[in-house]
Design a protein around this ligand. Sequence first.
Ligand SMILES: [Zn+2]
Length: 100
Amino acid sequence: MATPGRNTKAWRMIVAGLRQTETHCWRCGEPLRPDLKFPHPLSTTGGHIIAIEDAPELADVPSNVRAEHLRCNSADGAHRTNLKRRGQTGRELVTSPDWT
Ligand SMILES: [Zn+2]
């Protein structure tokens, strides 16, 4: 089954378009490398501004997708996974009161 934001036809078309129009990674600001292909860490993929888990209905919406390096995409996913393992979402890190 196709997963929005991962492997639907709409998603592939969004990423293909980004590869042709975007020149820099929106996460790290470094130049994108259209000559490199998946699974090279510096190949171009699509990254969600609002994560799929936070807004599944925006997974295949072009305005919610930016071009980024595969390594930057993976780093974001790993970051979220690590926070989940500790029972946090990331927002608590900003809003929780000081430990006293
Ligand atoms: Zn990057």
